[in-house]
Design a protein around this ligand. Structure first.
Ligand code: M6R
Length: 609
C-alpha cells in the first residue's frame, strides 16, 4: 500500500517529510515524491526504483528548497508502472493543486473519458483525476479555506473506490485531508500538525494522535484542525499513543504475519474492487486464444503457497466455468517433457512477488511452446509482469512476513472472479455466486472476530507435538496442504497435508495419540466421506480437531474439538478455512517462541532456482 504524509507548521517541511517517508519505508515502495510549498511557490521532486528515498534525499541535499508546508508519498504501484512519471504528488493542469493518495479509484477511467475528457494527463495513475477534479471548481480569494474544502468535497463525490488523500493548494496556508476506507491520522503538535496514512510516520514527532473516521474531511493548519463529516463539523478525540515506532509499524500487532492475517478481509475487498463494477466482472485482459477460451484449457504454474492457491483455483474454475485447469509446480514443469499445444493452452503463473525464479523460468518455457501467458501477481512491474503477455494483479498490498497469508486469499479471490467470468451459467446463478463472493470479506472478518481466541487454545495444545496431519478433500485439499506448509514453515513442527481419503494408503501407519489431525469438515459433496475418514483416524487413536460450519452438531460426536466457521456454499469455504489455519499456524509458532516473520533458512522471495 502507498504511504502518504503531510506537514504544516513552523519548521522547514522538507526534512520532516523525508523523515516521515523513511519511517514508512518498511511497508515496501517502488517510487516516492514530495512537494514543499510556501509563499505561493510549489516544488515537486520525485524518484523511482528501490532506494529512491535515499536518492531523493541526496538530490535535494544542499539545495535551497524551503517551505513550511509539505506532502510526501511512497508508492506501491497499482495503476501504472513504477516510474517517476507515475510517482505522486500529482497536479492539476496549472500546477496549483497537488494530491498524494493511498487507495484505488475504481472509476478513474470513466471520469477521464467523461467529465475530464478535455484535461491532459501526465501519468497512468488513477490518482491524477483527483487534482483535475478539484480544479474544476472555481475558487476565489473570499473564504478561501472554505472554498478549497468544498472543492475537495465535490471532487470526492465523483469517486468510487477507496482513498486517503492529502491536498496542497498554491497560496493556501494549510492542507486538506480526507479518507474513505483507507486509514488516515493527524499527529497534533505544538504550532505544527502532521498527517499520515500510518502512525509510525509521525510518532517520532508527536504521540498525540487523532484517528480520522470514514468520510471525514479535515482542514489542517499550523494552529488549527477542523474536521467535517457529512457536511457538519465533528470533534474527534485526541489520543496519547504509547507505542514505540516498531509497534506502530506492525499496527500494534506483535508480528507482521498476524497483522497481515488481520488484513485478509481487506485484501479480498481491494482485489475484488479492481475488477468488479456493479455486477460486471472486468479482468482487463483478453482471453482469446486463437478463437475463444472455450474448448481450450488453462495450465497454472507456481511454487509454495501460490501453488496451493493454484490447486484451489483449479477446483474453483472447474466448478464455476467447467473449463479444464491443470496445475504444475513450476520447478517440475521446467524440466519435464510436457506436451503442450500453445494454441490450446493458456499458461497462468501465480506468484505473489512476481520474482520467483522457478515460476519465471516456467513462464519463459510456456512462451517457447507458443502459449499465451498471464501473470497473477501482487507486484506491479515485477519480472513476471514483464515476461507475461497479460497480467492480473491481486491487490493484497505489501506482504512483509515471509509466510504468505493475505496474498493467498487475494489469489483465491481472483480465481473466483476468473471462474465466474469464464462461466456460462444462467444469469440468476451467476448473480447468486457473485453476491456470495462479495460477502467473503465479511465472512473472513467473522472468523477473525469469533474464533481467534478459541484457536489460541488449540494452538497451545498443538505446540506440544512434533507431528501434525492436515486433511481435507476437494476444494479444501489444497487448503489442508496450505495449513501444513504454514505450520511447518513458522513453527518447525513436522506437518503433512493429505487428501483425507488417502491416509489409509500409507500414513495410517504413523497415526498414534501423538499425531494430532486437523480435519477440514465444512459442508460439500465430500462431507460424509470426510467424516468417515475422520472416524477411521479416531479409531487409530489420533486426536482430531475439526474445522466445521457453525451449526454442524453432528461433527462434535466424532472429534475432540471443533473450530467453527460461518456457513457458506462449499466452493467458497476455502476462504474461512484458510484464515483458521493461518491463525492456527501463527499462534502455535508463537507458543513455541519461534521467529515468526523471518523463519530460519527461508526468504520472502526465492530468486534462485
Ligand atoms: O512470490 P511467490 O508467490 O512466487 O512465492 C512462492 C513461494 O516461495 C511462497 O509462497 C512460499 O512458499 C511462502 N513463504 C509460503 O508461506
Amino acid at each position: 500500500m502507498c504511504g502518504i504524509v503531510g506537514y504544516v507548521g513552523k519548521k522547514e517541511a522538507l526534512p520532516i517529510i523525508l523523515k516521515s517517508l523513511r519511517r514508512i519505508e518498511y511497508r515496501g515502495y517502488d517510487s516516492c515524491g514530495i512537494l514543499v510549498q510556501d509563499d505561493g511557490k510549489m516544488e515537486v521532486h520525485k524518484s523511482a526504483g528501490s532506494g529512491s528515498i535515499d536518492r531523493l534525499e541526496a538530490s535535494l541535499s544542499g539545495s535551497k528548497y524551503e517551505g513550511k508546508i509539505g506532502i510526501g508519498h511512497s508508492r506501491w504501484a497499482t495503476h501504472g508502472a513504477p516510474s517517476e512519471k507515475n510517482a505522486h504528488p500529482h497536479l492539476d493542469s496549472k500546477g496549483e493543486i497537488a494530491v498524494v493518495h493511498n487507495g484505488i479509484i475504481e472509476n478513474y477511467q470513466s471520469i477521464k473519458e467523461g467529465f475530464l475528457s478535455n484535461c491532459v494527463f501526465k501519468s497512468e495513475t488513477d490518482t491524477e483525476v483527483i487534482p483535475h477534479l478539484i480544479s474544476k471548481k472555481k475558487v476565489s480569494s473570499e473564504k478561501f479555506d472554505w472554498q478549497i474544502k468544498e472543492a475537495v468535497k465535490e471532487a470526492l463525490s465523483y469517486l468510487k473506490g477507496s482513498y486517503a488523500i492529502i491536498v496542497a493548494v498554491k497560496g493556501f496556508d494549510g492542507l486538506v485531508a480526507a479518507r474513505k476506507e483507507s486509514p488516515l491520522i493527524i499527529g497534533v503538535g505544538d504550532r505544527e500538525n502532521f498527517i499520515a496514512s500510518d502512525m509510525s510516520a509521525v510518532l517520532e514527532q508527536t504521540n498525540r494522535i487523532i484517528f480520522l473516521e470514514e468520510g471525514d474531511i479535515a482542514v489542517v493548519k499550523k494552529d488549527s484542525i477542523y474536521i467535517e463529516n457529512s457536511g457538519s463539523e465533528v470533534k474527534r478525540e485526541e489520543r496519547l499513543i504509547e507505542w514505540t515506532i516498531e509497534d506502530a509499524e506492525k499496527g500494534g500487532y506483535e508480528h507482521f504475519m498476524l497483522k497481515e492475517i488481520y488484513e485478509e478481509p481487506r485484501s479480498i475487498i481491494d482485489t475484488l474492487r479492481g475488477y468488479l463494477a456493479e455486477d460486471e466482472i472486468n479482468l482487463g485482459i483478453d482471453f482469446k486464444m486463437e478463437g475463444d477460451v472455450k474448448g481450450k484449457s488453462i495450465l497454472m504454474v507456481a511454487c509454495g503457497t501460490s501453488y496451493y492457491a493454484a490447486v484451489c483455483g483449479k477446483y474453483i474454475i472447474e466448478n464455476l466455468a467447467k473449463l479444464p485447469v491443470h496445475v504444475e509446480l513450476a520447478s517440475e514443469f521446467n524440466y519435464a517433457d510436457f506436451v503442450l499445444d500453445g494454441t490450446k493452452v493458456m499458461v497462468m503463473a501465480i506468484t505473489q512477488s512476481g520474482e520467483t525464479a522457478d515460476t519465471l523460468m516456467a513462464m519463459k518455457k510456456a512462451k517457447r511452446y507458443g502459449c499465451k501467458t498471464v501473470a497473477i501477481t501482487n507486484v506491479l512491474g515485477s519480472s513476471a509482469t514483464r515476461i507475461a503477455d497479460e497480467t492480473i494483479y491481486i491487490r493484497a498490498g505489501p506482504e512483509i512476513g515471509v509466510a504468505a497469508t493475505k496474498s493467498f486469499v487475494a489469489q483465491l479471490a481472483i480465481f473466483y472472479l476468473l471462474g465466474l467470468f469464464l462461466s456460462e451459467m444462467p444469469a440468476s446463478e451467476f448473480v447468486d455466486h457473485l453476491e456470495e463472493l462479495k460477502r467473503m470479506p465479511q465472512v473472513a472478518q467473522m472468523v477473525l472476530d469469533d474464533e481467534n481466541v478459541n484457536i489460541q487454545k488449540h494452538a497451545r495444545y498443538l505446540s506440544r507435538y512434533e507431528h501434525v496431519f492436515f486433511v481435507g478433500r476437494g476444494v479444501n485439499l489444497p487448503i489442508a496442504l496450505e495449513g501444513a506448509l504454514k505450520l511447518k514453515e513458522i513453527s518447525y513442527i513436522h506437518a503433512e497435508g493429505y487428501a483425507a481419503g488417502e491416509l489409509k494408503h500409507g500414513p495410517f501407519a504413523l497415526l498414534t495419540e501423538d499425531t494430532p489431525v486437523i480435519a477440514i469438515l465444512t459442508p460439500g459433496n465430500t462431507y460424509e466421506k470426510t467424516l468417515g475418514n475422520v472416524k477411521e483416524i479416531k479409531a487409530r487413536g489420533a486426536p482430531v480437531i475439526a474445522i466445521a460450519e457453525e451449526s454442524d452438531e453432528e461433527v462434535e460426536k466424532y472429534v475432540d474439538a471443533v473450530i467453527r466457521v460461518p456457513r457458506t456454499s462449499a466452493i467458497f469455504s476455502p476462504i474461512s478455512n484458510t484464515i483458521v489455519l493461518h491463525l492456527l499456524a501463527y499462534w502455535t509458532a508463537k507458543e513455541r517462541g519461534c521467529e515468526i516473520d523471518k523463519p530460519r533458512n527461508l526468504a520472502k522471495s526465492v530468486t534462485v532456482e
